[in-house]
Design a binder for this molecule. Structure first.
Ligand code: UD1
Ligand code: CA
Length: 464
């Protein structure tokens, strides 16, 4: 490659007043990640593809500490501080000391998260001496800078909404805010920017007319579709971007062969990887890293966060699975809660209103109703009766419960940890077990049953 390496500047100094939020706009969440994470991911992919080793330059102003804390150790970027928000031209000028006057500089906005790599590649395919503008033709151009063209179609400049005359306001071709600029020209153009405009700002867009005057070719490249240029200035636009992102993610899952009962009723806030013939009912939310094996079925209104679900397993409706691993052909729910550190082997059944935390259940173990299993190692084929509780916490420390293979825990038992139940042991219903229950035998703690014959229940006096 003879071209000088691509350099990228991301503008993120704006306060985002219209979000009415305490946090910097570019840290608002979209699909479970911050807006800036999406833009940085796009930028990094592009740099990698073009063989550029220059990390993106982030222009920040408000909330710098929060921004740095968020990106620390996650993304390699260089930081340029813009002390006061005097316009997009001033923002790029803040990045100038970190840029080399070679090749081209791609300017991205930190609040435009849905740009596709393919669109940016089309921008990069323009002649390398040109200034290229990513444009879009929109039904409602309100708020955007308008692309001004000469009679022969050549781009003459960009005029901002607030500076535009009536004819210019009627133009529906807009500046998306994404520009690719010959780096050697940048300092000169930025140095000539004035602020004699309606907003008293130094507009980056004014360099377009300068380029035309300097005889630098200017090309407008239309974006593939209108959704990818959506910017986030307020909550309504953020919500619109979220829907669009979710639509794309659902489409990707469909392409991968997943059955979605309704692609519009699924939310992916992280990464999902799927095997074959996975089925997902409505209202499901995936967060963090989720892996679904072949033939997995997820019932309606489940939330899966950082979970690995083995082949053939079923998560029944209204279950919450977090930080857990579910083995092949296991069944969880409805209304189950698996908390971090849960590991279910094969063919395990966890039923309604069962909570499992930091526990392992062996192959074929069952806890079908109303239980709390915490810090427990539970063997194969163990049956946990309804209402069983591991009393794992003494007010100061957590303790373990160990239950051997084939044990049977009678309903409504309390297992006071630390405690061990031997293999094939049976615990009588209603017991409070605080010492070891030996293998094989029946262990129970239960007051003897007695009957008081002829006992009279108190009765209400008849109304007089
Ligand atoms: C800008 C463009 C407009 C385009 C629109 C697309 C200019 C003058 N106008 O307008 O032509 O149609 O984007 O969305 O460029 N920023 C800074 N420092 C500043 C000002 C802005 O870092 O001093 C950042 C913002 O955080 C944001 C980006 O630059 O990420 C765009 O700024 P914004 O104020 O939203 O520009 P628009 O008025 O939308
Ligand atoms: Ca904007």
């Amino acid at each position: 490659m003879t071209d000088a390496p691509l350099q990228i500047v991301i503008l993120a100094a704006g306060q985002g007043k219209r979000m009415r939020s305490a946090r910097p706009k570019v840290l608002q969440p979209l699909g479970g990640r911050a807006l800036i994470d999406h833009v940085l991911a796009t930028a990094e992919a592009l740099l990698q593809e073009t063989g550029s080793t220059a990390s993106p330059v982030l222009v920040y102003g408000h909330g710098g500490d929060e921004l740095k804390a968020h990106l620390e150790g996650v993304a390699a970027c260089r930081w340029a501080h813009q002390a006061a928000q005097r316009g997009t031209g001033d923002a790029v000028a803040a990045a100038l000391p970190l840029l080399e006057p070679r090749g081209r500089v791609l300017v991205l906005c930190g609040d435009v998260p849905l740009l596709r790599g393919s669109t940016l590649r089309a921008l990069l395919a323009t002649p390398h001496e040109a200034l290229a503008i990513l444009t879009a033709s929109v039904d409602d151009p309100t708020g955007y800078g308008r692309i001004l063209r000469a009679a022969d179609g050549a781009v003459r400049g960009i005029v901002e909404q607030r500076d535009a005359g009536p004819d210019q306001l009627a133009v529906r071709e807009i500046n998306t805010g994404t520009l690719l600029i010959p780096a050697a020209r940048l300092a000169g153009w930025l140095g000539r920017l004035g602020d004699d405009n309606a907003q008293g700002e130094r507009y980056l867009t004014d360099i377009v007319a300068m380029a035309v005057a300097d005889g630098v070719p200017v090309v407008g490249v239309p974006a593939a579709d209108e959704t990818e240029i959506l910017g986030v200035n307020d909550r309504a636009q953020l919500a619109r971007c979220e829907r669009e992102l979710q639509r794309r993610l659902a489409e990707r899952l469909l392409d991968e062969g997943v059955t979605l009962r309704d692609p519009a009723r699924l939310d992916v806030r992280g990464d999902v990887s799927v095997g074959r013939d996975v089925e997902i009912d409505v209202g499901v939310i995936f967060e963090g890293r989720v892996v679904l094996g072949d033939g997995v079925r997820i019932g309606a209104h489940c939330i899966l966060r950082d979970a690995i679900i083995g082949p053939g397993a079923r998560i029944e409706p209204f279950s919450l699975v977090e930080g857990a691993r579910v083995g092949p052909n296991s069944v969880v729910g409805p209304y189950a809660r698996l908390r971090p550190g849960t590991e279910l082997a094969q063919d395990v059944h966890i039923g309604n209103f069962v909570e499992v935390k930091n526990s392992r259940l062996g192959t074929g173990a069952k806890a079908n109703h109303l239980s709390y299993l915490g810090d427990a190692a539970i063997g194969a084929r163990v049956n946990i009766g309804a209402g069983t509780i591991t009393c794992n916490y003494d007010g100061a420390a957590k303790h373990r419960t160990v239950i051997g293979d084939d044990a049977f825990i009678g309903s409504n038992s309390s297992l006071v940890a630390p405690v061990t139940i031997g293999e094939d042991a049976t615990i009588g219903a209603g017991s409070v077990i605080s010492r070891e229950a030996p293998p094989g035998g029946l262990t129970l703690t239960r007051a003897a049953q007695k009957t008081i014959p002829g006992w009279q229940r108190p009765r209400k006096k008849p109304a007089s």
